[in-house]
Structure formats: C-alpha cells, structure tokens
Design a protein around this ligand. Structure first.
Ligand SMILES: Nc1nc2c(c(=O)[nH]1)N[C@H]1C(S)=C(S)[C@@H](COP(=O)(O)OP(=O)(O)OC[C@H]3O[C@@H](n4cnc5c(=O)[nH]c(N)nc54)[C@H](O)[C@@H]3O)O[C@H]1N2
Ligand SMILES: Nc1nc2c(c(=O)[nH]1)N[C@H]1C(S)=C(S)[C@@H](COP(=O)(O)OP(=O)(O)OC[C@H]3O[C@@H](n4cnc5c(=O)[nH]c(N)nc54)[C@H](O)[C@@H]3O)O[C@H]1N2
Ligand code: SF4
Ligand SMILES: [Mo]
Length: 752
C-alpha cells in the first residue's frame, strides 16, 4: 500500500480551513501522488456520493488510488476511498469455489459448484414452480450485473423474486419521488450545492456518510456567510456541528415537524402561490384531490405549539427554520436513512418535497429536494434498471400490462413472457426462505446474515437443510459465508468493468485495471454461466460482454424519459460521468429535470416553464400526510429508543473497511452511545459495560457517554460482526415501500 495515513494527512492542508467550522480533518483528503506505471479511470466502490478515482497500477497490481480531478469530486476522496488497495489483496479473499459438505465448506471446481447450483434451482422450479427461486442483489453490483440478473429471473426463469439491499435503503425514497412527481430519482444535481443558500439536512449524517458532498456543502457555507444550514436529527452528529439550527426531537416525530413548517410558511404568507396554483395538486392519504383551503385546514393540527408538545422542539425554533427555508433564495434538502428506514418512510419523503412544492423552491439552481442515495449503484443498477420485485427497467411496473408488453417487444420475446404478479419484497422473501417456501436463493454482493433486521429469524432460516443459498462474495469472513451452501469467488472492484450511477443520476465507468485473483470471476460472468446452465432462452441473454448489456440498456431506456442513448461507452471512457436523461451523443447531460430548456423530455415550445410529466396532469402532488408514530414506541417495560447507523470509517458489515489497519484502528469495536443525563441516572460511566435489551434479544456493549444522543435515545453502529445489533432491531416495514424501520425500536439499558 502506497498511501499511508501520514502521507494522506500531509496532503490535507487544503482542508484545514474546513476544520475551523467543525468538519473533521479525516473527511477531506487528497491522495498522495505516487507514481505507478499507469492510471486507470474508475469510481470509488463505497458510498452513493460516487467519487471518481484513478487506480494506480504497478506490475499488474493495484497499488494506489487518487481522486479523479475531472469527476464531480474534483480530485478529493475521503479515507475509505483513498485506502481501497489493500482490501483487494487481503488474505481473506475467496479465490476458488466451495461447496458445503457435512456442514463444512469444501473446495470445489467451478463446474462442480455451478453444476450443483443449477441442479438445485432446476429442482426447485420443477417441484415448486418459478416462485420458489429468488435473486437477492445489491446497490453495489454493477449496473450491467443487476440488469442481467433481473432479466434472467424475470424473462428467463419466470420469477419476479428479484430483490436486494436497496429495499433496506432507498425504497422509501423511490416511493416518495414516485408518489410526489410520478417518476423516481432526484430532479436536481450536486451543482445545486454551489447555488443554494439554505441547506435543510434531515435524517442524514452527511459528514460521515457522504463526506465529499458534505465538504462541498461546508465549502459553500464558508465562502458565503449568508448560507444557512439546518440539521434535523435526534443526534448531535458531526453534520450538526456546522448547523445554524440543530433541531433535536423525539425520534419519529419529524413528520409533525415538517407539517408544522408548512403551517408556518402559509401563516407567514411565504408560500409560492403562483407556483402551487399552477403546478401542484393537493391530495389526501386516500388519494382524493382537495383544494388549498383543505390543506390549510389539515395543517391546523400542526401548529408549532402543538408540535412542540409532541416532538420536544421549541415552537420558536420550528418558526425560525420554516422561515429560513422559505425566505432563502435557494433551499436544498438532503435526507437519507433517518427518513427512509421508517414505517412512515414514504410519507416522510413526501413531506420534505411538500415544502419545496409549497414554496416553489424547485427547479432553479440551488432549490431542490435531493434524496441522498446510500450505495454507489443503488440509483444506477437497481432503481433505474428495475432490480426490484415490482419493477422493470426505466421505471416500468410489472403490474402494468402495457409496461410488460412494451418491454417484451423491446427484448424480442413472446408476449406473456414476464409473469404479471410482482415477486416477494425483501422481508417477505427472507420470511419465505426461512420457512423453506422459497427453496433456492442466489445472493450476490450483499451480506444479508449481517444486514437484515431482527436477524435471529433469518439466521435460523439460513441454517435449514431444506433450502439452498448460493453466495457470490470476495471475502471469506463475511457472515453470510457461514450459511452459504455454495460459495463463489467474486472478482472485486478494480478486477472488472461496468458502470455505477450515483445519487445525482450521474453514470461513470469503472474500467478493469487488474486481472481477478485466483479463480475469481466477475458477477457478470457468473450470472451468464448460471443462465446457460439453467437453459435460459439464448434470446434472453444475447450478450458476450458487459458492454453488450450496457448497449441493450441504452436502447431499452431510449423510448422512456430515462433515455441513456447519448451515454455511449466511447463517451464514458473519455468523460468522467454523465447525467441522464441524455438522448444524443452531443447532449451534455441533464442537471435539472421537469424544467423547459433544461430537461430534454420537455418540448422547447412547451407552454409552461415546469412540466411534471410523470403525472398525467403534469402537476406534482402535495400530500396531506398525517403524523403517525413508530411501529414500536417506548413504554414502561422498554422506556428508551434504540437507533442504529454508521460511522465515517466503516462500510456497512465491515468486510472491506475492517481490513484496512488505519480504519480498523479508528473504530475497532461497536459501542453504545448514551446521553450524559441518562448515563448519570443509570450510573453508567464512559467505558462501562451496558446491557441492551429489546423484545428480540439482548447484548452487552461498551458505553460512550456524550451529548450526541438526546436523552431517551441510544445509538449503536452496526458494522461489528461480533456485536450483531441486528439481533435486537425490528423488522416492521413501511406499508408502501416495504422498507424496514431500522431507525426506531424500544429498548431498555442497564449497567452490568
Ligand atoms: N461511512 C459510511 N458511509 C456510508 C455508508 C457506510 O456504511 N459508512 N453507507 C452508505 C449507505 S448504503 C447509506 S444508506 C447511507 C446512510 O447514510 P445516513 O442515513 O446519513 O446514515 P445513518 O447513520 O444510517 O443515519 C442517519 C441519521 O439518521 C438519524 N435518525 C435516527 N432516527 C431518526 C428520526 O426519527 N428522524 C430523523 N430525521 N433522523 C433520525 C440518526 O441519528 C443518524 O444520524 O450512508 C452511505 N454512506
Ligand atoms: N441495523 C442496521 N442495519 C442495516 C442498516 C442500518 O442502518 N442499520 N442499513 C441497511 C442499508 S441502508 C443497507 S444498504 C444494507 C447493506 O447491507 P449489505 O449489503 O449486507 O452490507 P455490505 O457490507 O455492503 O455487503 C456487501 C457484501 O458484498 C461483498 N462484495 C464487495 N464487492 C463485491 C463484488 O464485486 N461482488 C460480490 N459478489 N460481492 C462483493 C462485500 O464483501 C460484502 O460482504 O444494510 C441495511 N442494514
Ligand atoms: S465520499 Fe463516498 S464515494 Fe467519495 S471517496 Fe468517500 S466513500 Fe468514496
Ligand atoms: Mo443503504
């Protein structure tokens, strides 16, 4: 490894100014310029910020990484991105296939392993029908891989059981955008950051989870003292450290706070009447159109005084942030899992967009509701190309006959090839697998044994002998390996080629820079091998390379508002990321959607400036979404709230970042964050062992006593495989998006 922490910190000088406003130094690094033989263009394989990287190659090995100066990150990377190379050469790499025999994984040839996989899937389909097999994928797989898997299952095997970790992550954002605008994905782009004057950050710890984007926000604030930052989070996170207003509240009550902000905005006559008269429909929860007066009436339940009582936020603070938002020349909202991982996740998403539609803070530079995507390719691979059980590529829906027919035609397949019923969503799928109703599942680029909520149920299910799990995974120490019946050695990141599409609809190419280790194969090669062995109709898989898949996707998208026609492979090799829609090769890509002159889907002579073409009447929706509590509220038995989330230096289940000494040292072990007052009451001191107990399980963590959590709330990071907090979390999910409520459950704690 060439970039040491010391070197990295040396280059951090440019960022020191940011430290003055509270951004931790480690969030902003520019990797040292080691001189390898060759630099190959790629993308960081961690967060949804999607930073461009250059991979340094020496003697056929990846030796270093630096930021791509031509991508949106302008050469900057956070530590995770800068320290990727040692992960590739970890001693824990899986380098050959394995088959579980008498409880133990034994080395096998590719032919034996894939032969067994195909026979298990064939037997399941023969005996129990296509709905007994499933694919469980990832927002970290390449676009081409997810598109291929989804097509193999839906068009080749007749099963719509295609799911993946984006259901745990972005499903509520999809639900929010689709119900509000009629189409998924953000309407703005990162460049809005440079024009915004008010940042409304709710349920997102951007400084740790999207560090390079947060750096851009902080730089904007630093350059312009009038720029305001509002952070709405029950924890005083690093992100909150640059806030003008940190709004702390009883977890879950933010729905009421958002409605209260709307109430204040109308009371103060700061709503954009001309905008919402022309471009907005008001709609109740049961989809009845109502008028503005009905909306005002609905909001009367959310006066700042009433909401203060419910949420604990001072009424004056609600007034202040509402006015700050409405009076700014450009308000940009960011949100992430604090809103999505909730049983009211879709509603929470709607309520943020409501504020933009009510004030007209949309579709002009700096004004936009921007959902932060977690994984590097959850937007790209999964949401855009339809890698979920109810979706087809480019926003089409399985349940719509005309969408299925259109796609069958584009794919050159018989009408009726795609089954008309959506498959099982993630929790339903793993419930069915645990009951051995789903007999065979193909898990790829995700670690469900560690990441599913209420994990004991699913760990028991994975142990059964009468169901079958094949796992494609690069690292032996991922928890799911312990439960896999067949383990396939996956090529990792720089060992393969394909695209990632990040939060802002930007697609960048990852070029293959080194050969896969040992017998490892790319997930594309693995899936193609699987499809052939399953006797999938060759018309379904007419691909020789990942580039063939990409070109088919461009064609498939071209008759929809997604339109990727102009994003050719040749362009992607030259340019560092292009934003869709991009209809032609000379189109620069789209920064603002739904606005005439910006969005190529709107005719140049269209009568209005805005056109929300995802809705039949061209109007976006302001939803009358009431406040409703969490699935499991604190009570006398379990009086506190447990929330789980992330730390800057680890990625999810730790299979990658735990292998980097610098990252492991900074967070070696999970802990529980306890508020000072709660700690005092329970006699807990920093470093004490504390027993955490929910209705599902109990476990001991070391206490970190601080003012980060508000009283009544504890936080546990979920990266540690030895302290599996998901045994304690809840698998209740949002009725619309089916996304689980990882962010809130009831807990009791005591010193041991
Ligand atoms: N370092 C690092 N970065 C990552 C990842 C990683 O593993 N490590 N993972 C990536 C992925 S896939 C994702 S999805 C994102 C997640 O990114 P974030 O969503 O920003 O991260 P989390 O820590 O899961 O949760 C965010 C915040 O939600 C708050 N929260 C809890 N309950 C509530 C509530 O009721 N209301 C509100 N408004 N907020 C609440 C928590 O206090 C927490 O600060 O990060 C991405 N980036
Ligand atoms: N308690 C709690 N649980 C959560 C969350 C939370 O906030 N709290 N957040 C949820 C969210 S938002 C998410 S996104 C999920 C994430 O949950 P997971 O997807 O299960 O977590 P990762 O660690 O990202 O798993 C990715 C796996 O793919 C492997 N891998 C890496 N590269 C490749 C590759 O190229 N090919 C293949 N085949 N494998 C590869 C990695 O080694 C790793 O084992 O977790 C969810 N779980
Ligand atoms: S901000 Fe995200 S994409 Fe950028 S280097 Fe860090 S982990 Fe990678
Ligand atoms: Mo995520």
């Amino acid at each position: 490894m060439k970039v040491t922490r010391r070197e990295v910190l040396k280059t951090v000088a440019a960022a020191s100014a940011l430290a003055a406003i509270g951004v931790p130094l480690t969030t902003v690094v520019k990797a040292a310029d080691n001189e390898p033989d060759e630099w190959v263009k790629s993308v960081c394989r961690f967060c949804g910020t999607g930073c461009g990287v250059m991979v340094g190659i020496k003697d056929g090995k990846c030796v270093t990484v630096k930021g791509d100066p031509n991508n949106h990150n302008a050469g900057f990377l956070c530590l995770k991105g800068a320290l990727m190379p040692p992960i590739v050469y970890s001693k824990d790499r899986v380098t050959q296939p394995y088959i579980r025999k008498k409880g133990k994984l034994e080395p096998a040839s590719w032919d034996e392993a894939m032969g067994l996989v195909a026979s298990k899937f064939k037997a399941a389909i023969k005996d129990h029908g296509p709905q007994s097999v499933a694919y469980y994928g990832s927002g970290q797989a390449l676009t081409e891989e997810t598109y291929l898997a989804s097509k193999i299952w839906k068009a080749g095997l007749g099963s719509n059981n295609v799911e993946g970790n984006p259901r745990l992550c972005m499903a509520s954002a999809v639900g929010g955008y689709v119900t509000t605008f009629g189409k998924d994905e953000p309407c703005g782009s990162y460049s809005d950051i440079d024009a915004a004057t008010c940042f409304f950050i709710i349920g997102s710890n951007m400084s740790e989870c999207h560090p390079i984007l947060f750096k851009r926000v902080a730089a904007r604030k630093q350059a312009n003292p009038n720029v305001k930052v509002i952070v709405v989070d029950p924890r005083k996170t690093n992100t909150a450290r640059i806030a003008d207003e940190h709004v702390s509240f009883k977890p879950g009550t933010d729905l009421a706070i958002l409605n209260s902000m709307a109430y204040v905005i109308i009371q103060e006559e700061m709503d954009g009447q001309r905008f919402h008269n022309k471009y907005v429909t008001f709609m109740t929860n049961d989809k009845k159109k109502v008028d503005f007066d009905a909306y005002m009436k609905f909001l009367e339940d959310y006066t700042p005084e009433k909401v203060e009582e419910l949420s604990g936020v001072p009424a004056d603070q609600i007034r202040r942030i509402a006015i700050m938002f409405a009076e700014s020349s450009g308000a940009m909202s960011f949100w992430c899992m604090g809103l999505n991982q909730r049983i009211r996740g879709v509603w929470a998403n709607n309520l943020v967009s409501n504020l933009h539609l009510l004030t007209g803070q949309i579709g002009k530079p700096g004004a936009t509701p921007f959902s932060l995507t977690g994984q590097p390719n959850a937007c790209g691979g999964v949401r855009d190309t339809g890698g979920l059980c109810h979706l087809l590529p480019a926003g089409r829906l399985i349940k719509k006959p005309e969408h299925r027919a259109q796609l069958e035609k584009q794919w050159g397949l018989e009408p009726g090839t795609i089954a008309p019923k959506p498959g099982l969503h993630t929790i339903a799928l793993w419930n069915a697998f645990s009951e051995a109703k789903v007999k065979a599942v193909f898990v790829l680029c995700t670690n469900p044994a560690h990441s599913l909520p209420n994990a004991n149920i699913y760990l028991e299910g994975m142990k059964r002998d009468d169901n079958f799990m094949v796992l494609s995974e690069p690292f032996m120490d991922a928890l799911t390996v312990k439960y896999a019946d067949v383990l396939l050695p996956a090529a990792f990141w720089c060992e393969k080629r394909g695209t990632y599409g990040c939060s802002e609809r930007r697609y960048s190419l990852l070029m293959k820079s080194v050969e896969p280790m040992g017998e490892c194969k790319s997930d594309f090669d693995i899936l193609m091998d699987f499809a052939r062995r399953m006797d999938v109709d060759p018309k379904v898989i007419p691909f020789k390379t990942v580039d063939d898949v990409w070109n088919e996707w461009r064609e498939v998208s071209s008759i929809t508002p997604y339109n990727f026609m102009g994003i050719t492979r040749a362009r992607m090799e030259k340019e560092s990321g292009i934003l869709w829609p991009c209809p032609t090769e000379d189109h620069p890509g789209t920064k603002i959607r739904y606005v005439r002159g910006e969005d190529p889907n709107i005719p140049k002579d269209y009568k209005n400036k805005y056109h929300f073409y995802g809705k039949k009447d061209g109007r976006a929706v302001i939803w009358l979404r009431p406040y409703k509590g969490a699935a499991e509220e604190p009570d006398a038995e379990y009086p506190m709230v447990l929330t789980t989330g992330r730390v800057i230096d680890h990625w999810h289940t730790g299979t990658m970042t735990m292998k980097v000494p610098e990252l492991r040292r900074s967070f070696p072990k999970a802990y529980v964050e306890v508020n000072i007052d709660d700690a005092k009451k329970a006699g807990i001191k920093n470093g004490d062992d504390v027993l955490l107990e929910t209705r599902r399980d109990k476990m001991v963590f070391q206490a970190k006593v601080s003012d980060v959590c508000r009283p009544g709330l504890v936080f546990v990071p979920w990266y540690d495989v030895n302290l599996l907090i998901n045994k304690l979390t809840l698998n209740a999910f949002d009725a619309g998006s089916k996304q689980p409520e990882y962010k809130i459950c009831a807990i009791r704690i005591k010193k041991v």
